[in-house]
Design a protein around this ligand. Structure first.
Ligand code: DGL
Length: 279
């Protein structure tokens, strides 16, 4: 059996935090990254639009890049799209949910902070997660509308607005949480900066490792080889519905990643809006 291909989907570059974990855990897999950055951020869009766009983009991409597994590396999309996506395809689909359960397992003072997009914070399934896994904890929720944009800009080379970021995190400091859940896949990309701003927090928890383990487990059970792909690029392709993000080529090596092809305007009719490499 040849190397399995995994399609990783997000609204922007946040899913790279998940891709990095998958790459380390399943080095033999072929990876294709698909970002709906023309519609970024998903937190500002209606559930119907997010669902329609995810399904269409994934369906179209699978025609060119047949895959064995789909990872929806976006909390905001996972909260709405998973049932329809699973109905659309026979492929296994792995989604991301905020890591409230692992956070409750490590918090000692039972005070947990949850940092996510406003859309993720207000979805009902979050209450279910909290009731089921962290009923004995105080859960302090911060849903910030701009943080994902700041991170996209930072990846493109801009500085993070530190004073504003500190203000975002202030409720966690006031509540003296000992654990913070990073409930958006963009946030682990700046975990070092977050740690510096909130040195009192002992545990920063995200879903990357859990998603990578689940992915490895599903591929192993399906009988796919787990060997390394040596010097080949970590990702076969990075496909963007909008423009290729500025600075992405310089950023990828910081995560131990590389891409054989970068393409904007995907999936387009005819010539791509922008492309580096070849399909
Ligand atoms: N990375 C996405 C997430 O995990 C970003 C959200 C957005 O586009 O609003 O939720």
């Amino acid at each position: 059996m040849s190397a399995p291909r995994i399609l990783v989907f997000d609204s922007g570059v946040g899913g790279l935090s998940i891709t990095q974990c998958i790459r380390r855990t399943v080095p033999g897999a072929r990876l294709v990254y698909l970002a709906d950055n023309a519609c970024f951020p998903y937190g500002d869009q209606s559930e119907t639009l997010v669902t329609e766009r995810c399904l269409k983009l994934i369906e179209d991409t699978l025609k060119t890049y047949p895959s064995q597994l789909i990872v929806v590396a976006c909390n905001t999309a996972s909260t709405v799209v998973l049932p329809q996506l699973r109905a659309m395809t026979h492929l296994p689909v792995v989604g991301v949910v905020p890591a409230i359960k692992p956070a409750a397992a490590v918090s000692q003072n039972r005070r947990i902070g949850l940092l996510a997009t406003p859309a993720t914070i207000r979805r009902a399934y979050l209450d279910r997660l909290a009731d089921e896994f962290a009923a004995d904890c105080q859960l302090h929720r911060v849903g910030h509308p701009e943080l994902v944009r700041w991170i996209e800009d930072w990846v493109a080379g801009a500085a993070l607005p530190e004073t504003a970021l500190k203000a975002v995190l202030a409720p966690f400091q006031q509540a003296q949480v000992d654990t913070v859940v990073l409930g958006c896949t963009h946030y682990p990309l700046i975990v070092e900066q977050l740690q510096t701003l909130l040195p009192g927090v002992q545990h920063w928890v995200d879903s990357g490792q859990a998603i990578a383990r689940r992915t490895a487990d599903l591929l192993e059970r399906a009988g796919y080889p787990s060997g390394d792909r040596g010097r080949e690029p970590a990702m076969d392709a990075m496909l963007f519905s909008g423009q290729i993000p500025h600075g992405i080529e310089q950023f990828l090596p910081r995560l131990g990643l590389s891409a054989g092809l970068l393409r904007g305007g995907w999936p387009g009719q005819g010539e791509p809006a922008t492309a580096i490499g070849s399909v």
